[in-house]
Structure formats: structure tokens, C-alpha cells
Design a protein around this ligand. Structure first.
Ligand code: AMP
Ligand code: FE
Ligand code: FE
Ligand code: ZN
Length: 292
């Protein structure tokens, strides 16, 4: 996108360092987090964050209640979402920011993901049944939003098929395990085109997690506007690699915790973050979108 040229990189950070302003990556009960949008805003304020982006998987439903809650609590909220995508059998997560939550292109894309996810859930439940684990849709946490594997893992734990959510992923639900179903995911290209058509900013999420380095190399040639250099509790020496790459490309560098509440107990809100300067760049982009 043309605007990417004007997106200056700035240094973000990890930990409780100086300059902490906003956590740009977290999940609510609208996807696979355990806090409601209102509760996560309250927690962000309590943590001392001045800005936040809620980035649920494939849905922006949280913003209906998060926007009024953020106004009330006096925290700057920037629209965001984390899209699941596929690049040559590799699962890739793409963060989109700064679009208008009223944008029909984003809304329609989220709707298509919702249907895709529901089809996939049913396919996974079928596989589990062949392994002697009967789980019905009623066993999943009651949920209107974006449903995913963590909800199935919790149901498996509740029914006593596994002791922990980790065990459910390790033995059954992770890529390569017997009950993994990829689902008909959108490609990275389609996702980037959609985000840019909606005038959003597209960020390669947690590149630290992509194992095949040949895929990473190919992804870095694609028209992202930035990458998530600071992620969860990764140590700074690993993050440096990504910061260096983004700096060289003049890409924006974002950072966030990927907080999921009880689904990822060891991750706290604000453990990775961006400084005010990064947040303002994204916020200005959002303001432009609100004018158009
Ligand atoms: P899905 O969106 O249905 O593909 O599920 C992916 C989500 O599952 C991720 O965003 C994480 O929240 C969660 N997840 C993936 N791997 C694990 C794991 N090993 N343990 C716990 N949660 C996991
Ligand atoms: Fe998740
Ligand atoms: Fe992710
Ligand atoms: Zn996430």
C-alpha cells in the first residue's frame, strides 16, 4: 500500500520498560480469550496501559462493547483483528489495524471466517469421535463469536478426555496430530488484499513462531506494512532479529502480549508493548479512515 512508505518504524519493547504505552495484541471472550471486552479494558487501565488494541481471531465483535467501555475508562482503543491465513500449508496469522469497524469489507470477511470456523469445528468433533471422544456442540463453551480449537480443548478437559488444554493440543489438536483439520483457510494474498481494500494496516503476527525459514523468507517479500517484532515473553535477543529486518525494510514494528486470559495463564497483559509514537502512527491512520 502507498501509505506504508510513510509509516516510520519506531522501537517498541518488551517487559515493564520505559516507554510502555499500548498492548497491540490480545483476545477476549469474542474469540478464545476468557475476559469480556469490558473486563480487558478494565485490566488494561489497572495495568497502567494508555492504549490498547483488541485483536480477536477473525472477528471484530468485541468493539461493540469495547468502544463505549474504553471511552468511559479513558483509554485509547485502536481497531484491530487477527486473521488466520495459509501460505503453502504454513499457518500464518496477520494482524490488521486502523480500519474503521464500520467497514463493510472487513465485516464481510469476518462473516466468511465465522462460517469457515463453524464448519471446521464440526469436522474436528467428527475426528475426535473416531478416537472415542464424543463431544457435541452443546459441550463447547456457549459462545456467539469466533469459535476455535481452545474451546474444543476446554470441552475435552471438562469431559475428562484430557487433563489439560496443553495435552489436548499436544496429542490431538495441533498441526500434525490425528484430529487436526486445517479448515478451508484464506490465503495470505487474499487476506492482505482484503485488509488493504479496507484501508487497514497489515502486520505479520509473531513471525518468531514460523518454523520453516524458507517460508519466512517468502513471506517477508509480500506486501505487509510491518511485523510484530515484540511478542509475548520472547527474549530480546530473538526479537532483535525481527526488529532489524523491519528496520531495514522501513516497516512498522508492533508489539503485544497475545493475552488470552486463562487459556494462556503465563501471559500477562502488557508483557510486550509499543511506545506512544507507534500507537499514534496507527491512530492517525485510523482517524484518516474515519474521515473518508
Ligand atoms: P484456531 O484459531 O482454532 O486455529 O486455534 C488457534 C488458537 O489455539 C491459538 O490462537 C491459541 O490461542 C491456541 N493454541 C494453539 N496452540 C496451543 C497450545 N499448544 N496450547 C494452548 N493453546 C494453544
Ligand atoms: Fe488464540
Ligand atoms: Fe496468533
Ligand atoms: Zn493472538
Amino acid at each position: 500500500m502507498d501509505e506504508s512508505q510513510s509509516l516510520r518504524f519506531v522501537i517498541s519493547g518488551t517487559g515493564k520498560g520505559k516507554g510502555i504505552y499500548a498492548d497491540m495484541h490480545c483476545h477476549t471472550t469474542c474469540s478464545d480469550g476468557t475476559l469480556t471486552p469490558q473486563k480487558i479494558i478494565q485490566l488494561a487501565v489497572k495495568t497502567g496501559l494508555k492504549g490498547l488494541s483488541i485483536t480477536d481471531h477473525d472477528t471484530i465483535d468485541a468493539y461493540a462493547t469495547a468502544i463505549p467501555a474504553a471511552k468511559e475508562q479513558g483509554i485509547n482503543l485502536l481497531p484491530g483483528v487477527e486473521f488466520s491465513a495459509k501460505y503453502r500449508e504454513t499457518s500464518v496469522h496477520i494482524l490488521a489495524y486502523a480500519f474503521s469497524v464500520d467497514n463493510p469489507i472487513i465485516q464481510e470477511f469476518c462473516q466468511q471466517h465465522k462460517m469457515r470456523r463453524n464448519r471446521r469445528i464440526l469436522a474436528i468433533l467428527k475426528r475426535l469421535e473416531t478416537q472415542g471422544m464424543k463431544i457435541t456442540e452443546e459441550d463447547l463453551p456457549s459462545h456467539q463469536g469466533s469459535r476455535g480449537r481452545p474451546h474444543i480443548a476446554l470441552a475435552m478437559q471438562n469431559k475428562g478426555y484430557v487433563r489439560t488444554i496443553q495435552e489436548a493440543f499436544r496429542n490431538y489438536l495441533s498441526e500434525g496430530q490425528c484430529c487436526f483439520v486445517p479448515g478451508d483457510e484464506f490465503s495470505v494474498e487474499e487476506t492482505l488484499n482484503t485488509i488493504h481494500a479496507a484501508k487497514g494496516i497489515a502486520i505479520l503476527a509473531h513471525p518468531q513462531l514460523i518454523k520453516r525459514q524458507s517460508r519466512v523468507k517468502q513471506l517477508l517479500q509480500m506486501p505487509f506494512d510491518g511485523l510484530e517484532g515484540y511478542y509475548a515473553k520472547f527474549p530480546l535477543h530473538i526479537e532483535k532479529r525481527w526488529v532489524d529486518i523491519a528496520t531495514q525494510k522501513k516497516w512498522i514494528i508492533t508489539g503485544g502480549s497475545d493475552f488470552h486470559g486463562d487459556y494462556k495463564e503465563h501471559i500477562t497483559l502488557g508483557c510486550s508493548w509499543v511506545p506512544e509514537e507507534t500507537f499514534r502512527i496507527l491512530e492517525n491512520h485510523h482517524k484518516q479512515n474515519q474521515k473518508n
